[in-house]
Ligand binder design. Sequence first.
Ligand SMILES: [Zn+2]
Length: 450
Amino acid sequence: MMQKGQYRRIRKQLAIILLFSVLSGLFLSIDASAVITTETHNFESTSRTQYHTVTFTAGLQVKEVTVNTGNVTYSVNGNQINLTLTNGTITYTGTPQQQVSITQTSSVNSFPSSIPYSAGGYSGTLYKVGSSYVYSGSPAGSKTATGTLNSTSWIKYQWNGSNWVMIDSYSPNNPTIPYGPDAEGFSGTLYKTGYALIDESGSPPSNPYVGQTYVLYRYWIGYYSGTVTKPDTRIYGQNYAGTVYGPPATYYQYTVTVKTGPENELLYWEANADITNQIGRWDGSPSVYIESQLGGGQGTNAVATGMSLWNSALGLSMTIASSEDSADIKFYVASRDVLLQIHDWLLYDNSSGMTDNTDKQLIGYYYKDNIEKLGYQMEKDYNVIYSCIVIIPGTTDLQYQKIGAHEMGHVLGWFGHIAESGNIMATGSFGIIPLSEREIRHLKQFYDMA
Ligand SMILES: [Zn+2]
């Protein structure tokens, strides 16, 4: 139990307001460009559960990832987002199709107007595109080619005492030589058209004796010419194209929307009353002490309802504190007079609940549409937030639960109110309803930025 004077509380608030004014002035030059980039990515597969990776601009922060059907979970690694898509509804059951283009070749320049296609599970008919053409090779042809052949002849002479007499000889006879194939593919036979003596060697020895021999060598070059030919080596090509069809299957299409922006850029702002430009978060899941003087467990239940709603909305796991002293959040349900004895909160005559969240740290300046927002953090085991529900006769269980959920929102950093009625964080007397997406996302975006 605590009791403090009103004056001290007012002094403390004045001091905080002055401090914020000074800090705001100092940091006004911080870049306040409000840029949120929205990109959509479409995926289609026969698998209901799909894994995909998309990239975003390095240096930015992922603000939100949503999917048009089913669920999306993701992890960020550098400037990549690894997506897991599950539980999407069947988008359509149909036959997949592909456009296929192929080229057929043949040594004969004749192609059918259409050909069947079957590959990779797809089949169909492909049709001619354009005319056939020479894919490789060249037509038949002839040309005149020339060549040479070197040869050697010899004559053996013998001394008979007075003359050198030819006793043996050899003269090669090469009327034709083969040609090719050359680099162009020509080949054939060349015929001798002439010849010439290039050189000779061997001469009679001086002072020969009878029977002595010597050999005279002659070196020739033969000239050849002829018509050579090459065969037709043409391979013809014909292009075909068409639409081919795969087996009918069930497809799941997901459209994933990724929003990125600067680190201090907020995606949403739903608070428009009271302290509109402040938002807070706990640095973990706080513990809650509940003390209720409302009979039948109704007060405890009202606070527990608020804990449960916000636990699931923000992904927290708030627990009941083991003692009042150790609690991060101290929640009291009592009459107005008793509550004023417990804590020095600013309870108006008609207050149904109140949260004193002055105990928090300013952690930074954030922006939404170029409007500066003050970001706060409540530290577990250091900051203490006081909250209460006022027992007012005639209040129903559901109304107490709404008050509990509303005050728990303030406790968790939802400063101010949402304007539209029909929200837990709106003012007004009504029973418990689910938290709306708008009021959840307002606070969750700030918890997600931690
Ligand atoms: Zn309120």
